[in-house]
Design a protein around this ligand. Sequence first.
Ligand code: GDP
Length: 534
Amino acid sequence: MLDNLNNRPELPPEIARRRTFAIISHPDAGKTTLTEKFLLFGGAIQMAGQVRAKGEARRTRSDFMAMEKDRGISVSASAMSFDFKEFRFNLVDTPGHSDFSEDTYRTLTAVDAAVMVIDGAKGVESQTQKLFEVCRMRDLPILTFCNKMDRESRDVFEIIDEIQENLAIDVTPASWPIGIGRDFIGCYDILRDRLELMDRADRNKVSESIEINGLDDPKLAEHVPADLLEKLQEDLEMVRELMPPMDAALMAEGSLTPIWFGSAINSFGVKELMEGIAKFGPEPQIQTAQPRQILPEETKVTGFVFKVQANMDPKHRDRVAFVRLASGHFLRGMKMTHVRTKKPMSITNPVMFLASDRELAEEAWAGDIIGIPNHGQLRIGDTLTEGEALRVSGIPSFAPELLQGVRAGDPLKAKHLEKALMQFAEEGAAKVFKPSIGSGFIVGVVGQLQFEVLASRIELEYGLPVRFEASQFTSARWVNGDTQAVEKFADSNKQHIAHDHDGDIVYLTRLQWDIDRVERDYPDVRLTATKEMM
Ligand code: GDP
């Protein structure tokens, strides 16, 4: 029997033991360090160095470009699988930079829970807040890790208050720190009544764990100095009076988060957090889809693409589509149906990111992430099934916040440029609009840095120097409504109309006033800032 609280006995054990999650945090809070320690305790030690290389590469802008060029590294860390006790953990990486929030959103559609890492000295920072809100949109269960307790940190009650206030979520302490900063000696494990002591000498060692018989146990005094013990007893008394107890159901619906205190760099508190993930999960969840939802225990295999990474090897122009399996037991070589095109697809060389290298995935279960190399057939939002016409829903595309025109340095290379832009659009790296009047393209992104990454990738991967230039437009909206109304609208507003890479009609403007006017003058069409990717 698995030591967990999940109440879906119908799940086959192989699925019930899977935990698929992402880590969200503000830069520098310790995501990379925590990931390393997960891998260390998960037995995939070789990988730790790679994660580090990636984390540090993010430090400067130029290094970030270098990392984008070195696609290999970022890919092997995109999804990592490792075992912890009888569980299989799938950790899906979220892009580190805030400019890639759309990517992040889609990544979060592929996980069942998120671990939120905060820095004990800084509390809830801007990026944590943003990412949390994305999790909230999906009611994702959240487990919180308050890191860097070995350093001077804020008062614990204050940190918890801040999370509750800023994020509007209830917090229940799963552990409680003993001492602060230099006096920090470890934690009291509230969930299991244990004393966990930190070893400052050996950073890769699992903490010493001592079983305690309640707060009056004389054993406590043997390990905890009297003043700290007194404070601990007082604190825990207050916790008991003021804070809700752990409740797996409330966590599952996203209204309560358990918080662990620790120090990732000292490997402290990490194992308890992993046990929390194992115990409270959740296990692979039901997937919303049209025309019916998909249960993970269904014997037929289904999956959906949430991320595409192209040109990992510029010589081959291959792409890897990252697929989250929503149901069933996948075997290598299976024939699946690509629902959007209704075409069969043999999945002969799927990869999984186990240990340090990508490996051929001989089999995978609902909850797992597999990479499928392909030549562009697989796009974000695509569903794969064993024949049934199901479409996974809820993977949105957001209207870009910045628009710029783009031109090839060499006008004779315009066709090449179009091909490159279309590929990045399919990868989800940018929005590409072809205005119905004039030549050229308009590229839309969420953050300025994306323009630079794009220019550098187009040059590197297509040998094509490009220029971005100011566009007369600043906003884009998708045009919805019945075909006739949309066509009529497009005809009489040609100077504002463009098509996206899927051929869908988009309205471009620089004035909110224009958008309001359209809504007033054309009651039959709707302008939207998101479109669902199918
Ligand atoms: P990321 O940007 O969230 O991936 O953060 P990193 O894992 O790269 O950590 C940022 C910095 O904080 C690095 O210098 C780490 O060595 C340091 N760090 C991480 N965890 C701890 C910790 O528990 N205690 C202390 N003192 N420093 C830490």
